[in-house]
Design a protein around this ligand. Sequence first.
Ligand code: NDP
Length: 330
Amino acid sequence: MRWGLIGASTIAAEHVIGAIRTSGGHIASVLSADPDRARSYAAQHGIDQGVTDLDAALDGVDAVYISTTNEKHLPQAMAAIDAGKHVLCEKPLAMTVADAITMVTAAQEKGVTFGTNHHLRNAGTHLAIRELIASDRIGKVLSMRVFHAVHLPPHLQGWRIDNPGAGGGVIPDITVHDADTVRFHLGEDPLDVVAMKTASGLGQGVEDSAMSVWSMPSGAMIHTHESFTHRFAGSGVEVHGTEGSIVARNVMTQQPVGEITLRFDGGEQAVEYSDHSLYARAVGLFSKACAGDGRPSADGVDGVKSLAVAAAVTKAAKTGQRTAVDYGGL
Ligand code: NDP
């Protein structure tokens, strides 16, 4: 499969270029707004050509990976879909739920594959956790806690901490991942949320920390904590059921690492998991879906729904009101 990279980004450089090549893909072009950067990024990463024109980036490719800043995803995805290209798009899909639905609907109508790069549901740890829940090892789920307060490394701070127009802030950046992770594990969509947010050291005009509580159709309660400013907190999830609890540490990460413990009446055990690359699995499943085999690990509807939850958290934190999640009819 021939790929175009839309955006000369850090995430592509650190993870997705390698994942595309692992899946057997060839990267034919990279698009940057800056001609020098387009050329140097292409040279540095062995990409055929660096371009500044979107049509040139789309020419002769089967699929695009969009990893520009968030406000650019909509127009770039629409152009790619219009040209008949499959689209793997970074989260959050767009600045609003309505825009994300526009993208996903256009892809459906055009008959191209659309994936959202929610990497966590591809982790061996999260696949093992979901299997424990689905096979009833902890009984009925009562609650889930997602602790995802990290320290944003300096090279990723930029627009994330000071540019709301580019989609900065911890809620669009991390709460969307937590929404996807909760939906993945529990197989249901949050109904409504209460939330608070703050700027605790890094955020300038955007929040760098948020906490929220979500209700689920099953009656389970969800508590999430996201931050850019916590150096020593460590990440993880806990899922508590009537017959047991799953406690997973260091699993909200880009690496195939972490520890999972299953606690039950009278004991506890360490849970084994596969240590494959999260991004290679995501790109591999997306590539197979483009060839008509299966579906992406997270599709467009998953991307819309995770964004809808994050949007509700933003609104609830702003208004102080319990806020229904609006999935736009999906
Ligand atoms: P970056 O800041 O690295 O890249 C975003 C844009 O900034 C690029 O498209 C590029 O513009 C420009 N840029 C990047 N580095 C430089 C530089 N050194 N000098 C000048 N311009 C630069 O963002 P990320 O890679 O962190 O995030 C991109 C997207 O990916 C976002 O939507 C984010 O939410 C998502 N993301 C997803 C992750 C996941 O695991 N699913 C993890 C991290 C990010 P141009 O293309 O015009 O050159």
